[in-house]
Design a protein around this ligand. Structure first.
Ligand SMILES: Cc1cc2nc3c(=O)[nH]c(=O)nc-3n(C[C@H](O)[C@H](O)[C@H](O)COP(=O)(O)OP(=O)(O)OC[C@H]3O[C@@H](n4cnc5c(N)ncnc54)[C@H](O)[C@@H]3O)c2cc1C
Ligand code: FES
Ligand code: FES
Length: 1440
């Protein structure tokens, strides 16, 4: 039968047939969905495959098996033609008619959606897991539900910047077969854990799932041939049915034509090499040979187009030491969505041709694989090594890969096989390229005599390493050769390690994230890990560190145990069960199984309680009726299984209902189902043009020329505007709010001052064309006259390029001005706190629509509508009433959309105004990162005096903050940092903060701005004092902790408040109790004594967060049907403002029935409308975390005005016989009686806007792998004073989310610039916000009610920012673990020639760690880059 060819792409989206006859094959599925359909739920967070917000479910019919295969993909990476014949399901498609899906409602009811931008991707990922599990029964499985572990891994490839993941993981678990329903966290299905019932949950019913469209079955097997000619550009998609046809097609497309032709399998490489846009795609997926799987006893041969996910399944089914290990490793490659599409062949080609840091190439090299290369004439087989070293011409195809089973070497035979793979990355389960990867295969003789050796001589050895900086994965041949025919003993291993390090250092190169020295050190660690368990028992005596283990678990794939070994080399053969190490009740057992993770991370399976006792601390207010607790709250020794767990408890009271209730987030179901509209989802009006920014690529230079003529000939380009085209003022920020005035230009003029500074805006017919044309604008820079850019604070200070924050220069806080002398002094010690990027999931976006009579409406993702309003007026030279700024919701901000997004909105408005056409712009992730800057990196220099008991008597601090170039909130930042540094009673303190102007992008008010840096400095100082004196850190903390009196001195009486409001001591004590801190501290100590290569640390820190409410406004309007619309100045960005405002409205209007009448106006009657700067003028900004409470107060005030208006009507109805008149009747009659039904009010009009202090504390425990530097957060117990929480579920969400963001700050989110001021960490490849791999495995949160202050609404306290600061406890716990590692180093001999800082000995150095960045590399450096060599040296000395 001939080949059925179709020239139009046919697929289904949410059941609807789509046929595209003229389509550019470069269009991604994501772009198609977003631009051509109404399904806007599928979001773009990165365009790189790294965030999961674009995930859709793909269903494909296989006519041979008559089965439908379903899996998730990143729609940003999939070309539209690649889904020909498939059904796409987006989150909207999960709905059954108008009914939301169970996944949607559970995401909403478990409070798992905050800003909601990640939620559609989460929903589809979870749904895919359920869907595939539901098919398990056909495979004979007992349950059609996933296990907890399977369900949780469903979201391993998705980023969420708001929630901290715990509630999303609860949603996943809630669908699992093996979940104990009582372990689930706070939700609205039941009121507390005692009432937990599975039947309360809405069920997933697979029979209601969307059906696979029949029309797609009929045409399955068709081949696609699409050709498109646009703007004289020819693009095509062709689909080959055989290898020979493929070669013919290639020849046809290339011969005599100048075209980029690309074979395409999964096309996931488009996430790696984004600039490569071929004009012709030849799809290789329908060539049978490339999908074949041939199994023999000795090999597995897979076609090159087989996806990584399929390969995992095949290998799992096959089993055996090699295939199982390979499959385990592959599960950590990329993420599931990518693996579902990514082919093994595509990966190897990238490794070979592009030098991609492939895991696949390394592990297949290690396993001794071969490849078959086909040309149009013949084919040949090559060893992986030979293949990688060559460059296959474009006319060749990688046909298949042959992977040996090595089955002939059974471990029971004469020769034993060991195969092990390694990768280390900041995310254990993948979704992060490894720093170094490796695969080792060894065949060993069995020992002839039992002399303590596990194995005999090395018979064969393959040591493969990848991502070292060499062009491709390679074998360490010299090391292999050295080890061959040797029995491995400490001396042999020591020499092997030496050879390996030399070899690796000679080829390793620094990359954007890791240095060559670190890579070499990790490579050495891998070799050590491979051979260490094979070393014989030694007779060495144990020293002061007892009987430690390596990491307490298996490291070899054959199941042999790693022997316990202390630092001096003593080895015990027992499997290590660390009893009760992290448990809090002292009698439960921890099985540190340490298996599964090839980077040396052991997995802790805590069989025990979560550390909470279920009772929230009683607040100072005695009117609390009960405590609501969710999650496993009491320790009973019952195992809670694998995964992430947490308990949440909060006080419960009824009198302000529905305020104070844990109501589900407003619009959460809409967010999950994809119907919530974000700025980028607003449909473009007809004729809309698209804009892209042209920005400086130099940090400091004169602009000699800016030339756009070539760019304007680019397809679709229409206009270019720069400084000379400004209409009125050249301005992108005009800030007059909060007494802080600053202006920033829109376009640079003669000089550029940082990379990312805007030079102009290019307008075109489509987004793609605008971006393409913007790249073509020529900028002629001259950097010969201005000198080098200032990048560091030291350079800035040296050149007097700074502003002293006026409010941050303190006198002493003691009585009088003298600093008080102590018995000891440390001076001029430096500390460094790093930067952080906001990583809101929705990048900056705006749509400007010009209107009649010089008016304009600007939809913008920002939370300073008033500032944007002012800015537009100045930029466009029009009165303010001509401008309307509209924002409905933001996909997160964390301070980044306060002022930083205004540039996008202003540039759009300028272009729209000039062109008299709507203009829209959305930044791609890389541009957003380059332009937006982030947190202020800071350096502190301090001198401290103290007594022998640890009491600090004086502190002098001089802090330099890197403010970048633009002004932004420069004046405020020093003050905020100063506030944070007051968290201890320094007795006397002199402090200066200088915010430096450097040639870097703006540093703005990122969540807890200046606060986390200040807290880090303060905690480090206390820790240094303790270390210097050799005292317990917690004792020194305690002695320097504020009392109410000292707090008044430092913060002032009005912020500190009355003595009974000073909750810090109680909170710290409660945190100790909740976490069982003292006994876990002992456990950590004893664990560290026993464990050589894995160390733990535990630390408890506190936060004092002074707040001041700014002016907020709200207007409440009643309609005659009883429905209510509320407009507020606050912007919803995930923090739950609208939810609380809705609750406050219901509470406020219910006052019509009297003080104690609650809940008379139903929440469903109330709608919170978008911010609109015309309908609610002068609305201020949303920041500092206090907007929710201020707005609630404004709303209640407005409601009280309405209640006053309505009362006569209410009384009239009551008098007419209605005992309790209905709300609808009251409003209807009031309308007819000409009562004013709209009221606008501000906060502070009835009760005073107030200052207050919020306190919290957290105990965190971590585990550090000394071989790679990776860190795992085992547990965090956090107690926070929320006053009377306006909505405990929302506040707990804020607490957990910000804490995890803080973990990112310390552990994973490194910002790096090159020496020219160019941002190196500018996308998801290099910048790593936490995923589920980085969150605490147990996370218990307890809210405290300290409410007695009736001047604020419910005496509530903000929870959005302060908990981020508590993540310092994680950092300090890491330090504790490192300290233990360094104490061990003291007992090891130095490695000759390596006495640099990385090899520094001793635990007494008071300046142990000065840097906040506890990245893997920094941790490894501090634990000893040569610790393996030192250890082997010791073994070698002692055994000789
Ligand atoms: C977010 C993300 C994270 C990732 N993380 C990792 C990781 O941790 N470790 C890792 O190893 N990889 C990682 N990758 C890389 C990923 O594995 C590769 O992108 C993927 O395997 C490539 O397969 P593909 O089918 O999509 O190739 P495609 O993108 O279709 O093709 C890639 C290249 O290979 C060519 N090609 C494809 N098949 C053949 C063939 N049979 N013969 C000749 N040429 C061919 C194509 O022409 C193209 O030039 C990651 C990728 C992404 C997007
Ligand atoms: S947008 Fe596709 S993964 Fe981020
Ligand atoms: S809710 Fe997940 S990114 Fe905002």
């Amino acid at each position: 039968m001939g080949k059925a060819v179709r020239s139009s792409v046919v697929f289904a989206i949410n059941g609807r047939r789509v046929e595209l006859t003229d389509v550019d094959p470069r269009t991604s599925v994501l772009n198609y969905i977003r631009e051509e359909t109404e399904f806007k739920g599928t979001k773009r967070g990165c365009g790189e495959g790294g965030c999961g917000s674009c995930v859709v479910l793909l269903s494909k019919y296989d006519s041979k098996s008559n089965k439908i295969e379903e899996y998730t993909i990143n729609s940003c990476l999939a070309p539209i033609c690649s889904v020909d014949g498939c059904a796409i399901t987006t989150t909207e498609g999960l709905k059954n008619g108008k009914e939301p899906h169970a996944v949607h409602t559970r995401l909403a009811e478990f409070h798992a959606s905050q800003c909601g931008f990640c939620t559609p991707g989460m929903a589809v990922s979870i749904y895919s897991c359920l869907k595939n599990s539901s098919k398990k029964s056909s495979m004979g499985a007992e349950s059609t539900k996933p296990t907890v572990a399977e369900a949780q891994k469903a979201i391993a490839g998705n980023l969420c910047r708001c929630t901290g993941y715990r509630p999303i993981l609860d949603v996943c678990k809630s669908f699992a077969a093996d979940v104990d329903i009582e372990d689930l966290g706070v939700n609205t299905f039941w009121e507390s854990s005692e009432l937990a019932k599975e039947s309360s949950l809405n069920l997933y019913q697979s029979e209601k799932d969307p059906e696979f469209p029949t029309f797609l079955k009929i045409q399955a097997g068709d081949y696609l041939e699409v050709k498109s000619v646009r703007a004289e550009e020819v693009t095509a998609w062709r689909s080959a049915s055989t290898l020979s046809e493929l070669f013919t097609m290639y020849e046809e497309e290339t011969k005599g034509k100048n075209r980029d032709v690309n074979f395409v399998a999964g096309n996931t490489s488009s996430g790696v090499y984004k600039d490569f846009k071929p004009s012709v795609y030849i799809d290789i997926n329908k060539i049978p040979e490339l999908h074949s799987v041939v199994e023999t006893d000795c090999t597995l041969e897979v076609g090159s187009a087989v996806s990584l996910s399929k390969l995992i399944t095949i290998m799992d089914a096959r089993g055996g030491p090699v295939y199982s290990e390979l499959a385990k490793h592959l599960r950590k490659v990329a993420n599931e969505h990518v693996r579902n599409r990514a082919s093994v062949g595509g990966n190897l080609i990238l490794a070979q041709k592009r030098g991609f840091a492939s895991d696949v190439a390394t592990i297949l090299l290690g396993a001794g694989s071969q490849v078959t290369i086909a040309t149009s004439r013949d084919s040949c087989i090559k060893d992986m090594e030979e293949f990688l070293a060559g460059v296959s011409p474009d006319t060749t195809i990688l046909q298949c890969i042959r992977i040996p089973s090595w089955a002939q070497y059974s471990k029971d035979g004469k020769e034993k096989l060991f195969f092990k793979t390694y990768r280390s990355s900041p995310r254990k389960n993948g979704n992060a390229v490894s720093s170094v990867n490796a695969a080792f295969l060894g065949i060993f003789q069995t020992p002839e005599v039992d002399n303590g050796y596990t194995v005999g001589k090395v018979q064969q050895l393959r040591l493969a390493f990848g991502h070292l900086g060499a062009p491709h994965a390679m074998r360490a041949k010299r090391t292999e050769k050295y080890l061959l025919q040797k029995t491995v003993n400490p001396d042999v291993l020591k020499n092997a390690v030496k050879i390996l390090r030399e070899d690796i250092l000679s080829s390793a190169k620094d990359d954007d994230l890791y240095t060559a020295t670190y890579k070499a050190s990790v490579a050495v660690s891998y070799l050590f890990q491979f051979f260490e368990p094979l070393l014989p028992s030694s007779n060495l005596t144990s020293s002061q560190v007892g009987t430690p283990c390596m990491n307490g678990g298996d490291t070899l794939s054959n199941g042999s145990k790693v022997h316990s070994r202390d630092v001096t080399g003593t080895k015990s053969k027992s499997e290590v069960h660390n009893k009760g190490d992290t448990c809090t009740n002292g009698n439960s057992e921890v099985h540190n199984k340490g298996d599964t993770d090839s980077n040396g991370n052991s997995e802790v399976h805590d069989k025990g309680d979560t550390g909470t006792n279920g009772a929230a601390m009683n607040g100072t207010n005695s009117d609390e009726s009960a405590v609501r607790s969710f999650g496993r709250t009491s320790g009973n020794g019952i195992g809670i299984g694998e995964g992430f767990w947490g308990a949440q408890s909060f006080p419960h009271y009824d009198e302000f209902s529905p305020l104070s209730k844990p109501a589900a987030k407003d619009a959460a179901v809409l967010q999950a189902s994809g119907e919530a509209v974000y700025t980028g989802d607003i449909p473009s009006p007809p004729g809309t043009l698209h804009a892209a920014l042209v920005y400086s690529k130099k940090a400091l230079a004169k602009v000699k020329a800016l030339e756009a003529s070539d760019a304007l000939t680019s397809p679709g380009a229409t206009s270019f505007f720069c400084a000379k085209d400004c209409i009125a003022e050249n301005v992108s920020v005009v800030n007059n709010i909060a007494g802080l005035e600053f202006r920033e230009p829109l376009f640079a003029e003669e000089t550029v001052h940082f990379v990312g500074e805007c030079l102009g805006v290019l307008v075109a017919d489509t987004h793609e064309h605008a971006v393409l044309a913007a790249e073509k604008v020529k900028v002629d820079y001259d950097n010969s006259t201005l000198g080098p850019p200032i990048l560091s604070v030291e350079d800035a200070a040296g050149m007097n390029s700074f502003k002293i924050s006026p409010l941050a220069v303190m006198g002493t806080a003691s009585v009088g001005d003298e600093l008080i002398k102590g018995e000891y002094r440390m001076e001029n010690i430096e500390l460094f706190a790093g930067s952080q990027y906001y990583f809101y999931m929705e990048t900056h976006t705006a749509l400007a629509v010009p209107d009649e009579d010089d008016c304009i409406t600007v939809y913008s993702s920002n939370h300073s509508p008033e500032v944007l309003h002012d800015t537009l007026s100045a930029a466009l030279g029009i009165p303010m009433h001509n401008i309307r700024v509209i924002t409905r919701r933001l996909g997160g901000s964390f301070g980044g959309k306060n002022t930083r997004s205004l540039i996008v909105a202003t540039a759009c408005a300028l272009a729209a105004f000039k062109l008299k056409k709507p203009v829209r712009m959305t930044l791609d992730r890389n541009t957003d990162m380059v332009l937006s800057g982030g947190r202020h990196e800071s350096k502190a220099t301090y001198s401290v005096e103290f007594n022998k008991d640890g009491k600090i008597t004086s502190l002098e601090t001089n802090v330099l903050m890197n403010g970048g170039y633009p002004d932004d909130y420069r004046d405020l930042l020093g003050l905020l940092l100063t506030k944070a540094m007051k968290c201890y009673n320094w007795t006397s303190w002199r402090h200066v903060s200088k915010v430096c102007r450097t040639n870097l992008p703006a540093r703005s008010m990122m969540r807890a701005p200046g606060e986390i840096q200040g807290n880090f400095f303060a905690e480090s100082i206390v820790e240094h004092v303790a270390t210097y004196l050799g005292l317990d850190r917690d004792k020194v903390r305690e002695i320097n902790m504020h009392t109410h009196e000292s707090a008044k001195l430092f913060y002032g009486p009005s912020t500190t408040g009355k003595a009974e409001l000073f909750t810090l001591p109680k909170i710290v004590q409660r945190t100790k109790d909740l976490s069982n801190f003292e006994s876990r501290k002992l456990n950590v100590h004893s664990f560290n004594k026993r464990s050589m290569w894995v160390k733990r640390g535990i630390s408890l820190t506190h936060v004092i967060y002074p707040n001041m409410q700014s002016a907020k406004v709200a207007r409440v309007s009643l309609f005659k049907d009883g429905s209510v619309a509320v407009a507020s100045g606050g912007t919803e960005m995930g923090q739950g403002l609208f939810t609380k405002v809705k609750q406050a409205t219901a509470y406020g209007l219910s006052l019509l029935w009297g003080e104690n009448a609650t809940g008379k106006v139903d929440l469903s009657k109330i709608r919170i409308v978008e911010n609109d700067s015309i309908s609610l003028a002068n609305a201020g900004t949303t920041n500092a975390g206090t907007t929710s409470e201020g707005t609630c107060e404004a709303v209640v005030n407005a409601c009280k005005m309405l209640v006053k208006n309505l009362t006569p009507i209410y009384l009239k109805l009551k008098a007419n016989g209605g005992e309790s008149p209905r709300w609808e009747d009251v409003v209807k009659l009031a309308k007819g009686s000409r009562v004013v039904l709209t009221a606008e009010a501000r906060n502070g009009e009835i009760g005073p806007a107030t200052e207050y202090m919020a306190c919290g504390a957290c105990a965190s425990e971590v585990e550090v792998d000394l071989l790679t530097g990776s860190v795992k957060v085992l547990q965090a117990d956090l107690v926070y004073d929320c006053g009377k929480s306006l909505n405990p579920a929302v506040d707990i969400g804020q607490i957990e989310g910000s804490f995890v963001q803080g973990i990112g700050y310390y552990l994973t989110e490194q910002i790096k610039w090159d020496e020219n001021g160019v941002l190196l960490t500018n996308g998801t490849w290099t910048y790593k916000p936490p995923t589920i791999d980085n969150i605490p495995q147990k996370f218990n949160v307890e809210l405290l009610n300290s409410a007695v202050d009736s001047s604020r609404i419910l005496s509530s306290k903000t929870a959005g920012e302060a908990p981020l600061v508590l993540s310092t406890s994680v950092h300090l716990a890491v330090r504790e673990a490192i300290k233990s590692a360094r104490a061990d180093l003291q007992h090891l001999p130095p490695v000759p020639g390596h006495c640099g800082p990385e090899n520094m000995k001793g635990s007494t150095d008071p300046l142990l760690i000065r840097n906040s960045v506890t990245s893997m590399e920094n941790v490894k450096r501090l634990c000893g880059l040569y610790n393996v060599e030192q250890y082997l040296e010791k073994l070698s000395i002692e055994s000789s």
